[in-house]
Write a protein that binds this ligand. Sequence first.
Ligand SMILES: NC(=O)c1ccc[n+]([C@@H]2O[C@H](COP(=O)([O-])OP(=O)(O)OC[C@H]3O[C@@H](n4cnc5c(N)ncnc54)[C@H](O)[C@@H]3O)[C@@H](O)[C@H]2O)c1
Length: 453
Amino acid sequence: MSETATKGGAGAKATNDIKDIRLADEGRRRTEWAERSMPVLRQLRERFARERPLAGKRLAACLHVTTETANLAVTLQAGGADVALCASNPLSTQDDVAAHLVKDHGIKVFAIKGEDHTTYYEHIRAALAHRADITMDDGADLVGALHMIALNRLDDLAPPVRKWVETLAVADRKALVAGVIGSTEETTTGVIRLKAMAKDGVLQFPVIAVNDSQTKHLFDNRYGTGQSTLDGIIRATNLLIAGSTVVVAGYGWCGRGFALRARGAGANVLVTEIDPMKALEAQMEGYRVVTMEAAAPVGDVFVTLTGNVEVIRLEHMRAMKDGAILANSGHFNVEIDLDGLKKAAEGSRAVREFVEEFKIGEKRLFVLGDGRLINLAAAEGHPASVMDMSFANQALAAEFVVDNAKKLTKDVHRIPVELDQEIARLKLQAMGVTIDILTPAQRKYLASWDMGT
Ligand SMILES: NC(=O)c1ccc[n+]([C@@H]2O[C@H](COP(=O)([O-])OP(=O)(O)OC[C@H]3O[C@@H](n4cnc5c(N)ncnc54)[C@H](O)[C@@H]3O)[C@@H](O)[C@H]2O)c1
């Protein structure tokens, strides 16, 4: 813990709670390396430094504390925001990056890799205590807590947050929520929750669904998750993928990216789905689509990427081969029934970092990274080049919230399509790719219904 943190964690006045400030130099070097692959965000940072669109705004972000996030945080700060950052997953923090942000940029960071449940929520509390004008989530943890406060459902808050809220006067609690002019959300799971809140009429402020931008989910979810999930599995296990049977649960944006990379590495890929359209796409893409029940006895590696609960259940695990490996790359660690496994297993032991062995009868099953996002637990998350677009969306979404605070309804919005396209244009430009421009005749043809038939 650094000197500025209050003893015992992120106390009310602490400005940070990190593992070790002495890691800052390594964090800076790695963050600069990521920055080289983030040309769109770099351009935005230069503009933000000139125009200061977030001047005077307090921003609380709950994101994976990685080198790419560091580049986003510094961009938001360049735009004038006072930034506080906590982790959106207990295992995804890079402690050197946290130290770098505190030491070199004075950003308030509350995140330690491997933090326990209590510390995780203590850090969420510290981010909430920043009393943000804008919140930025990856999985809706900050927004979720703010809504439990707004709806006075304090029993639904994690104890560290609840205890703090109970010390606040009712008017102060109201001000905490009313002070938020808008929020942004990074991932599919968070957006699903926010849309459910909007549907129930309880959403307290506008939210920008960054995940809904095409320059986010078409690239980050597909190519980012695809590559880094395979990377996480390989780093955790050193497994030869070639010739193995990999079962991919969920053929959405993340699932299709991972299936593509697993096949590229030589795996026989089986896909499980619940959506007939996605299942049909997977089948026509050349994968074998089966049920989890059918996949269980034949798979060597099982990876869930659905955003759903209990996708792999005890009955599936009991049917698996000795030595089967289970990993998750969906947002929460609820896709594999780990509680069921823990209860049924005769015992467990750590066999490598991020690999836990469970014994069921004569069989051993191996769970990677506690069933949490394996690409962030055992690898470094998405490559910077793809986060360049995701985080350009985040920075533009924060600016959009400020510029449109009075106009935006309490609903889930996306950033305008023109901004999404501008990000794609800038990315292509940075990659040295030039595309054709419509000729006047082509433009006219596309706008007509009576030409050229
Ligand atoms: N690992 C990462 O870094 C990372 C990055 C982006 C998103 N995510 C998370 O990954 C998850 C998936 O995101 P996405 O963008 O691919 O979502 P998506 O909606 O595009 O895909 C999810 C797919 O899972 C399928 N599905 C749902 N329940 C299922 C079940 N029981 N069995 C099989 N298939 C099932 C759905 O039909 C859908 O096709 C979300 O939790 C998201 O937040 C993780």
